[in-house]
Design a protein around this ligand. Structure first.
Ligand code: NAD
Ligand code: SER
Length: 313
């Protein structure tokens, strides 16, 4: 394997921590630099280099890339769907300018690869609800979804126009236990585990029958690394790949949780996140990713729930 030097931007976030640790296992601790606005991260401490940096500061980012001989960037810094609706201008600014800074530097420094995640949030109320295909009507209603859709086409443009090898996945809602989620509509599916253990009760901000596409973090990390390691000639999608894991509703995950915490009860108090969830598909067709680079998820609801409890306890 060629010598890689990887920069993870947004390395202190829900995905960033786990992705940094997984990349360090593959490429060696010293070759994966985590960076984030946050000063430090306890979960990453002692496992490799960490730089506090703002992705909006393009000059500083450029200097780091040159100084550290970076060959690949994973850009994870973003504002997610629920937080984005509270400050649309800021979400648009960070989600767009952060990506453009990285793509420009990748082009200029001829980086080998860039990774940037999109989301199921690109889809909107006019997209098919079930088994939403790779190519379909895409009319997002959140600023987050709009920024992701625009970002997908910037990636496509930089690839075709300038030859930047940028790859992307439309993650579903991600469920994990290591690092806290950062303000998404799917975060209920993480909060519910913590509340089940601490209070035996959860008040859910979505209705009981709100089905959404979800995925357990080990599958998301596996998808990311498999996509990035795939030969370039297997990558037919240069906007962003649909990938699918599990689809469930709050009612379904609650009954799965009851198998582990029999006293657990759930109540429902839908808020501003309900219309966001209602605008997204309930399940995703990821046959293109499966055919192109062999994607296959491993965790179903049952296995994920058992693993979450084992680790949270
Ligand atoms: P997160 O909010 O947990 O982490 C984002 C990190 O970026 C945070 O640590 C934050 O401090 C950092 N950050 C914010 N502004 C920054 C800046 N200006 N410069 C440097 N760092 C900055 O988010 P996440 O859940 O880890 O998501 C990572 C990526 O994956 C995002 O692009 C997100 O849209 C995408 N995604 C996440 C999910 C999910 O369910 N978690 C689903 C779909 C897509
Ligand atoms: N989990 C993310 C969110 O809810 C989807 O991109 O914002």
């Amino acid at each position: 394997m060629a010598k890689e030097k990887i920069l993870v931007i947004g390395g202190s976030g829900q995905i960033g921590v786990e992705l940094t640790l997984a990349l360090r296992k593959i490429y060696g601790n010293a070759n994966v630099i985590a960076s984030d606005l946050r000063e430090e991260n306890d979960l990453l401490k002692g496992s490799g280099p960490y730089v506090s940096m703002d992705v909006m500061n393009k000059e500083m980012l450029h200097v780091q890339v040159i100084r550290q001989n970076i060959t690949q960037i994973y850009l994870l810094a973003a504002i997610l769907s629920a937080t984005g609706e509270k400050n649309p201008g800021l979400a648009w600014h960070l989600n767009m300018q952060g990506l453009l800074n990285v793509l420009d530097i990748a082009k200029e420094e001829k980086l080998q690869k860039v990774y940037w995640p999109s989301s199921i949030a690109v889809f909107g109320p006019t997209s098919p609800k079930k088994d939403c295909p790779q190519q379909t009507i895409i009319e997002p209603i959140t600023v987050y979804g709009i920024s992701k859709y625009a970002g997908e086409f910037w990636c496509n443009y930089f690839h075709h126009r300038f030859g930047v090898d940028v790859r992307s996945i439309r993650y579903p809602g991600l469920i994990s236990y290591k690092s806290a989620p950062g303000g998404g509509t799917t975060d209920y599916a993480i909060e519910i585990f913590h509340e089940a253990l601490e209070n035996k009760h959860y008040k859910c901000f979505l209705k009981e029958d709100t089905y959404l596409p979800m995925m357990y973090m080990p599958d998301a990390i596996k998808a990311t690394i498999e996509l990035m390691e795939a030969p370039a000639n297997k990558i037919s999608i240069r906007t962003s790949y649909n990938v699918s894991g599990i689809s469930f509703s709050p009612k379904e995950i609650a009954s799965e949780i009851k198998k582990h915490v029999p006293e657990f009860t759930i109540g429902y108090s839908p808020d501003y996140r309900q219309p966001i969830a209602d605008s997204w598909p309930q399940s995703i067709d990821d046959s293109v990713a499966r055919n192109d680079w062999g994607w296959k998820h491993e965790y179903d609801l049952d296995r994920m729930t058992a693993d979450m409890f084992e680790n949270l306890k």
